[in-house]
Write a protein that binds this ligand. Structure first.
Ligand code: TYD
Ligand code: MG
Length: 470
């Protein structure tokens, strides 16, 4: 414990840098605006570990390097030995799906989400189901061991292969890990971690970044898989430096509405699989339950058609998903009416309203426009364009769309309706769920004009689409 007893202040004169909490860019001097991303007031002090302290040996390096540094070696890429990543199933199918088919040894996965959304629950369930096959270490910096064990037993989880550690100091965590050699480490949460080699306060950008970097280095050196839990700020990014996203192999976001029991896990970055794959869970009194067939759970379930509502079929990842887009258009008392999009991109809404005015002849310039995707999920694809405009029009005219109607399609700036990928899959899904009418881009429509009971209305322009919907 030589480093533990040595005060960091006496170690050597620490060099100070300033790091941007938005983009992670380093600066040698403090300045009001980040030169990297242009954000204001995002620089905070970052104490760079003095070179002497590194040589004295961070625990992760002490074992393998033994103080001697091997010269770097160049290898012809074709001679590099590698194994097809032997993936380990987490035992939770929806989590495996988002990870791209299971957990890769040595991978570092950041799981982000609002407080209380279920991150700790999900990872405790995962380590418990994996425990038998992969010895796991659950490191908690937020809850006591009693709370974690209590939750585990209340959920009826097998906790045999799971060790737990209530600790936030990264040096001691890595020391325990080196002794125990787990195959999987969960660090809940990364914001509580701190290292003795920095004087900055725990929770500060530099502490979070350095502690995460130590864990990443450990994971790569030993082939240990690591889950990092990260809270999300109100702007939607993982608190602390965005640079965490660059350091890790995969970033998963947990989304959902606090009022709804459904949760969506989304891959935002994945070095070992597809992004935009979705995993769907339901939170109940026995923890998170998988929803392997989520197709229609995000429909509002209101009886009969309502003005301002349009159902669409999204296809993010490999499964089609029916979601409902709602709009409320109301005359605005403001000189600058509001455009609010929840679950959709705000700028795109403004653009779509301009297209609606210019090419559909429908003005909303004196109206507040609110658009929402039911169920707290996000739709990131352009296939939502047409449903958004149909919902807006329906609310403006206070007239529901015909019963059992769906729509999808991208709307271009000149009012053309463009095709979207996997049109046939989407139509089949709508037919399966008993929808009767589909307003879709012409290039996505099958020649026959019908799919089972589903009547397909192909449209080429916004004007045609508005005509079909009225
Ligand atoms: P938690 O996993 O602690 O969230 P996070 O780690 O993301 O902050 O989840 C806490 C919430 O989940 C809490 O509001 C209660 C709810 N919950 C259930 O509804 N059922 C359960 O079985 C458990 C364990 C939690
Ligand atoms: Mg938690």
């Amino acid at each position: 414990m030589s480093i533990a007893s040595k005060s960091p202040r006496t170690a050597a004169r620490a060099k100070v840098a300033y790091v941007c909490s938005e983009c992670g860019e380093d600066h040698s001097k403090w300045q009001g605006q980040c030169a990297g991303c242009g954000e204001w007031n995002t620089l905070s002090e970052f104490v760079v570990e003095p070179a002497a302290a590194v040589k004295a040996g961070a625990p992760a390096r002490r074992s393998g390097w033994a103080g001697k540094v091997d010269p770097p070696k160049v290898t012809a890429l074709k001679d590099v030995q590698y194994s097809e990543e032997a993936r380990v199933s987490t035992g939770i199918g929806e989590l495996d799906r988002v990870l791209g088919g299971g957990l890769v040894p040595g991978a570092v996965v950041l799981v982000g989400g609002d407080p209380g959304i279920g991150k700790s629950t999900l990872l405790l369930q995962a380590v418990a189901t994996m425990g038998g096959r992969l010895p796991s270490l659950y490191v908690t910096g937020e809850e006591s061991l009693g709370q974690v064990a209590g939750r585990g037993s209340r959920l009826g989880l097998p906790l045999d292969g799971v060790s737990a550690l209530a600790e936030t100091g990264i040096e001691r965590i890595l020391e325990q890990a080196a002794a125990m050699k787990p195959g999987l480490i969960v660090a809940d949460s990364v914001q509580t971690l701190w290292t003795e080699s920095l004087t900055a306060a725990p929770g500060s950008v530099s502490q979070v970044r350095e502690s995460a970097a130590r864990l990443v280095r450990y994971a790569k050196e030993t082939g240990t898989a690591v889950f990092l839990v990260g809270h999300v700020t109100k702007e939607g990014g993982i608190a602390g430096p965005r640079v965490l996203e660059h350091m890790v192999d995969a970033v998963l976001y947990f989304e959902g509405e606090s009022g709804s029991r459904f949760r969506v896990l989304r891959a935002f970055k994945n070095r070992f699989g597809a992004v935009n794959e979705l995993g769907v869970f339901a939170m109940g009194d026995k923890g998170l339950r998988e929803v392997p067939n989520p197709s229609a759970i995000f429909l509002s379930g209101s009886s009969g058609p309502q003005p301002g509502s349009c159902v669409m079929v999204t296809r993010e990842g490999t499964r089609p998903l029916m979601v409902e887009v709602q709009a409320l258009v109301d005359s605005s008392p403001l000189g600058n009416p509001r455009r609010v999009a929840v679950g959709l991109e705000g700028n795109r809404l403004a653009m779509l309203l301009a297209v609606l005015h210019r090419h559909g002849g429908v003005a909303t310039g004196d109206q507040d426009v609110f658009v929402n995707v039911v169920g707290g999920i996000r739709v990131q694809e352009t296939a939502a364009d047409l449903p958004v405009l149909l919902a807006v029009l329906s609310s403006l005219q206070d007239r529901p769309l015909a019963e059992r109607t769906i729509a999808f399609g991208e709307v271009g700036l000149s009012g053309e309706i463009r095709p979207v990928p996997n049109g046939e899959d989407r139509l089949k899904e709508a037919a399966t769920h008993g929808f009767r009418r589909a307003i879709v881009p012409k290039a996505n429509a099958p020649k026959s004009g019908k799919l089972g009971e589903l009547e397909i209305v192909p449209v080429r322009t916004l004007a045609e689409a508005l005509e079909a919907a009225s």
